[in-house]
Design a protein around this ligand. Sequence first.
Ligand code: SAM
Ligand code: ZN
Length: 394
Amino acid sequence: MKLVSKHEGFAELLVPEKIEEDGKIRKAEVFYNPVMEIERDISILAFQSYQKEIGKNIKICDLMTGCGARGVRYALEIKGIEKVIINDLNPSAISLAKRNVIRNKIDKKVSLKCFDSNVILNMYAIPRNRFDIIDIDPFGSPAPYLDSAVRAIKNGGLLAITATDLAPLCGAKPIACRRKYGGKPLRTEYCHEIGARILIGSLVSIAARNDLAIKILLCYHSHHFTRVYASINRGILAANKCLKEMGYIAHCFDCLNREIFDKLSKIKSSCNVCGKKFSFAGPLWLEELYDKDFCRIMLDELEKRSFNRKFEAQKILREILVEKQECLLFYAVDKICSKLKIKTISVKEVIKELELRGFENSITHFHKAGFRTNAKIFELKSILKELSMRRAQK
Ligand SMILES: C[S@@+](CC[C@H](N)C(=O)[O-])C[C@H]1O[C@@H](n2cnc3c(N)ncnc32)[C@H](O)[C@@H]1O
Ligand SMILES: [Zn+2]
């Protein structure tokens, strides 16, 4: 494996060289994706903010490290680290991660392990051994590791989860979604929000089995993955409360109306706007996706850093801070315009009009053409028709 040097944050990493064969990138023996640098930056902001909040030294597990990029950066860039445990099942990954640990002079802060994720998590599940933070960054679904992860985390600890299996979560593979996450997805224009809520819903039920509750600090979607940061807290009452915050979404593909139900048995079979058949998604998480105070601390932390791609992290966090998350399930302006058979209108214009008419409104980081509002679909359609007519008269 030919290696090249890469600079990320404070780290000087040796990473596999990108090799192109017949116009395609050849899969390297050890995984490294430069595009995910920004996600590693955001993880550093989240973990540092969490460390400051609890005010003591923390033990982090980089469960699936690849070449060691995350673990090495956590040890170098987060203040208040007691230990970083870097693990991967692939021995070549761990040899390269070891070289990166030595190269960055952090061997005293780091332990390297080469186990299956569930084995290492179970080894650390004994009460005094547990982690403050576990970072799960697998190929595809995190589902096989969530059970062990909630048991290997301290009370009040932080779990960071990446899911790249968007085909199941967002509705292209509904049977796989049922199997992995116990929820039914739906291919709507807001399927990425549904997917994120199904992933969180699955975490809620796994945590509840262990008398644990979750609190979502941050959840966001990027082009090919969803990332969730959740704190895990012991308590039967809190776990029961989380279960109560689960429910279902009914969606009408004919008129784009959507309704929320707390129980499957309560979902109506036909749409209350047009009378056509309702489709549904769930069970899924119906509560908040962001703790905005936490996101603000992350943004303050970002101001002090000089990441290579600082502005991209800033953009995501700033968009999240203005999202009206109490308006569940965003709309997509292009989808409504296409139903109305009118030329698409800009989100900015729609938001301005919603503001003038006194509706709650905001953009959403989930979708370029997306917006959140408390206006109902029939109200939105009449607003969009009017905006289209006004444009035609100009
Ligand atoms: C997406 S890559 C991780 C990328 C890395 N976190 C980063 O930011 O560069 C997934 C890694 O999981 C490892 N892996 C796959 N199955 C595993 C398992 N059951 N236990 C531990 N590691 C595993 C692979 O060898 C691979 O290095
Ligand atoms: Zn309808």
